[in-house]
Design a protein around this ligand. Structure first.
Ligand SMILES: *[C@@H]1O[C@H](CO)[C@@H](O)[C@H](O)[C@H]1NC(C)=O
Ligand SMILES: *[C@@H]1O[C@H](CO)[C@@H](O)[C@H](O)[C@H]1NC(C)=O
Ligand SMILES: *[C@@H]1O[C@H](CO)[C@@H](O)[C@H](O)[C@H]1NC(C)=O
Length: 439
């Protein structure tokens, strides 16, 4: 569904890219030029399509302001460059920005527990706030009117996993990429370590569906004040709770099913809310399908896939299925071009892909090719490498669809995975994606 969304997203992608990702410096342009994966891919593409010598352009990739990095890093006493940064995009500054990200990922990795989390709930209680329904259930109730071209209601069945996909076997569902908030909430309510006494928990989970809150406004003509209203009401509500006041929100966690940028509206942009820019929101931990790489309390977690196995058997059955797959295609790409941006890396990859169909298969999401999850999964199950160029933002649900299908994701942007998932993916990129270390 991630992919089928992108068709529609492309219509608005210009708006998304200019409003949502509005940053003054093209740090990523520089970063990309240094990233071995990108260089590697260039070589790879030269090998496959030796007559098509396009340079890979970062196109409308995610870019971010060095100033923002510097502001964050100033608090860090040993950031010598931090105090000298002039926001001129120099090599020093880019190296510095990357250092900040890597340092923060190190901090996030240090939070991983080594003990078996199911063995005992001792000292690990989680308290689930019972929020007024306007912060969650009522938002789900607006499912028919979220965005003009999709009725979301069908995706909220089966505890938000969506309708089963019989063709793919047990545990497969048509799950929407923005379904995380409901899926997580449902699980937390049944969690063995859930506690009901607010004096007991280690962690407080605030089940506010902030992603749905903002999704319903994206394509409606309302003022920014309207968009911010519910988030501000939530903060007011929390400020009346003792546990929130006790540690200033430090032991509170939010799970947000959209990308961090949607909650970090800048200046007079009309896109998204200011929720994560508010002072009151800085201490708590935010789990998001895409983190803002310079905020240590933003934790990236994978997009929901279509696979929700119930048992080890479901997993083993699927693993045998994909191990036995004979992968007739070397490479595949399921995605949509950006028609307004012919120099976009997606367009370049699509042109190269269709120029040699013995090596590469293209599934055109612009013409509805990706609307059925089984078409995407079948393609990935048949392919060795799955191209994963950034779209409106660097992360992609499709990265996880390809991993689940046993197809090696080929990444073009360090923010697609390297700088996102310290809790889920190995530090050594070559263990899960195509990486220049392999050549
Ligand atoms: C850019 O800023 C850095 C410090 O952040 C400085 O060392 C460097 O000389 C500047 N480069 C240019 C071309 O101004
Ligand atoms: C949006 O709403 C404002 C205020 O009601 C109005 O002036 C403006 O024309 C509207 N814009 C569109 C594109 O409908
Ligand atoms: C993909 O589909 C769109 C919409 O039907 C079409 O305009 C475009 O040419 C197709 N792309 C390719 C490479 O076939």
């Amino acid at each position: 569904m991630a992919i089928s969304m992108s068709k529609k997203k492309s219509k608005s992608s210009k708006k998304v890219e200019t409003k949502q990702l509005q940053f003054s410096d093209t740090i990523l342009f520089k970063v990309l030029n240094r990233i071995p994966a990108a260089i590697f891919l260039l070589i790879l593409i030269f090998l496959w399509f030796s007559d098509t010598r396009h340079a890979l352009s970062p196109g409308n990739s995610f870019t971010a302001s060095i100033k923002e990095v510097v502001d964050i890093a100033r608090e860090d006493s040993d950031s010598i460059i931090g105090n000298r940064v002039q926001n001129n995009g120099s090599d020093d500054e880019v190296a510095f920005a990357v250092k900040v990200v890597e340092k923060q990922l190190g901090v996030q990795r240090s939070w991983i527990s080594n003990t078996n989390h199911v063995a005992s709930c001792e000292g690990k209680g989680i308290y689930v706030y019972d929020l007024p329904s306007k912060f969650n259930k009522d938002l789900v109730g607006q499912c028919g009117d979220m965005i003009p071209w999709t009725n979301f209601c069908v995706y909220y069945n089966n505890d938000a996993m969506g309708e089963p996909i019989a063709k793919l076997g047990n545990g497969w569902y048509h799950t929407h990429q923005y379904a995380l908030e409901l899926i997580f909430h449902t699980r937390a309510l049944k969690h063995p370590c859930r506690v009901y006494d607010e004096n007991e928990p280690k962690l407080f989970y605030v089940p506010y569906y902030g992603g749905l809150d903002i999704l319903r406004w994206h394509f409606k003509n309302v003022s920014n004040d309207v968009k911010d209203t519910l988030g501000l009401e939530l903060i007011k509500w929390l400020e009346n709770k003792k546990p929130w006041l006790k540690n200033s929100g430090k032991d509170h966690v939010f799970v947000l099913g959209k990308i961090s940028w949607d909650f970090r509206r800048k200046n007079d942009s009309p896109w998204g809310t200011r929720l994560l820019e508010l002072d009151q929101m800085q201490n708590s931990m935010k789990l998001l399908i895409e983190r803002q790489p310079w905020h240590v309390n933003d934790i990236g977690i994978p997009h929901p896939t279509y696979f929700h196995p119930h048992s080890d058997d479901d997993i083993i059955t699927w693993q045998l299925n994909i191990i036995r797959s004979n992968r007739k295609s070397l490479i595949s790409f399921a995605g949509a071009a950006r028609p307004d941006a012919p120099e976009n890396i997606r367009s370049i990859l699509i042109n190269q892909c269709i120029s040699d169909d013995t090596k590469c298969r293209f599934l055109n999401c612009s013409s509805g090719g990706c609307d059925k999850p089984e078409s995407v999964i079948d393609l990935f199950r048949d392919s060795e490498f799955c191209l994963q160029p950034p779209g409106d933002s660097p992360t992609r649900k499709s990265v996880f669809d390809s991993l689940v299908s046993g197809c090696i994701p080929v990444l073009f942007d360090p923010f697609t995975a390297y700088y996102q998932y310290p809790w889920h993916l190995p530090e050594d990129h070559s263990k899960y994606c195509w990486n220049s270390n392999l050549i």
